[in-house]
Write a protein that binds this ligand. Structure first.
Ligand SMILES: Nc1ncnc2c1ncn2[C@@H]1O[C@H](COP(=O)(O)OP(=O)(O)OP(=O)(O)O)[C@@H](O)[C@H]1O
Ligand SMILES: [Mg+2]
Length: 302
């Protein structure tokens, strides 16, 4: 099942062509890192997927439904925290579903039901805060938390809405390196929930598109890396996907396999970021081809 399908998306701001014929399918449970030169249109693409800024051309489907505006199917976390200063961590996380599901009228006329719902959302908020490593901080206010803690709350805030696709736009860009690594490991733990769900025949719960400037982070956290770039033949029409490959999946209990990381990082630098090398659009867009090859190989072994 495709969680996300971006079909022939192009976008320009006036005469400035930014995105050109972007095509991207993401299966449920994938964690996709999106990298590309600064200003190539990564945030523009995320805003189109989110539905707040529809593209000039093309179609976007989230969970099979056309995206025509913001919906619960797609959530986003930005670099700068979107927390309410006057609410504790727990209430910050529970706030979204409360707002979404209950109105003032509901609260006035169905007080008992409203209280039951509120209790359920607050309990769920605690579970999610434990999942992101903040079980001890549920009663703290944003002003009492570090940047890393606030960003964990922001991620829990997005997860409680159960989006079919979660977009992360430079989510750890403002954090120091050690905190950033902790949050990367938290994303890998979410990925392990997907692996577990697939093993048990359940729908994997987390489909993530992560925009990052950090190539190491992209390769470490994601199981698939996509490069958006204007450095391709036809680049004057805007940026498109010139790189789409699987990335190694890391186990947080093991040391990082640095050799695999370095090799892919160098390839990305060459294919996506080098203005002197105009890329053939399809040469390094091999994700589905490789996956099909891998599957048939596995089939042959059986
Ligand atoms: N609202 C807007 N009006 C006009 N031009 C815009 C607007 N938003 C973005 N742009 C332009 O579109 C291009 C792509 O911007 P975008 O923010 O999507 O890039 P990006 O890849 O996210 O960059 P960065 O890596 O620096 O975050 C840039 O040249 C930017 O100046
Ligand atoms: Mg951006």
């Amino acid at each position: 099942m495709k969680a996300l399908s971006v079909q022939h998306v192009s976008h320009a701001f006036g005469d400035h062509r930014v995105l050109h014929d972007v095509n991207l399918d993401v299966a449920a449970g994938q964690v996709v890192a999106l990298v590309g030169p600064s200003g190539c249109g990564k945030s523009t693409l995320l805003r189109a997927i989110l539905g707040t800024h529809p593209p000039n051309q093309g179609t976007i489907l989230a969970d099979g439904q056309p995206v025509r505006g913001p919906t619960r199917n797609v959530g986003i976390v930005y670099q700068h925290y979107s927390l309410y200063d006057f609410l504790t961590a727990q209430k910050n996380v529970a706030f979204g579903p409360m707002l979404d599901e209950t109105s003032i009228l509901y609260r006035t006329f169905c007080l008992l039901k409203w209280r039951a719902k509120r209790r359920r959302h607050l309990e769920e908020a605690v579970c999610l805060l434990e999942k992101v490593g903040l079980g001890e901080a549920i009663d703290q206010y944003p002003s009492q938390m570090s940047g890393g803690m606030r960003q964990r709350v922001a991620i829990a805030q997005a997860l409680i809405m159960k989006p079919k696709v979660l977009l992360l736009d430079e989510p750890f860009g403002a954090l120091d390196e050690a905190t950033r690594e902790e949050l990367q490991r938290m994303l890998l733990d979410l990925y392990q929930e997907n692996v577990q769900a697939k093993r048990e025949g359940r729908q994997p719960p987390h489909t993530i598109v992560l925009v990052t400037h950090e190539l190491n982070e992209a390769i470490y956290v994601a199981d698939r890396v996509i490069g958006l770039s204007q450095f391709h033949s036809g680049g004057e029409q805007g940026a498109t996907i010139v790189y789409d490959k699987a990335a190694p999946v890391f186990d947080t209990s093991q040391p990082k396999d640095l050799a695999a990381l370095v090799q892919q990082r160098e390839e990305l630098r060459r294919i996506v970021f080098d203005p002197d090398r105009l890329q053939d659009r399809d040469e390094y867009v091999t994700f589905w081809k490789d996956e099909a090859g891998k599957m048939s190989e596995e089939g042959n072994h059986q």
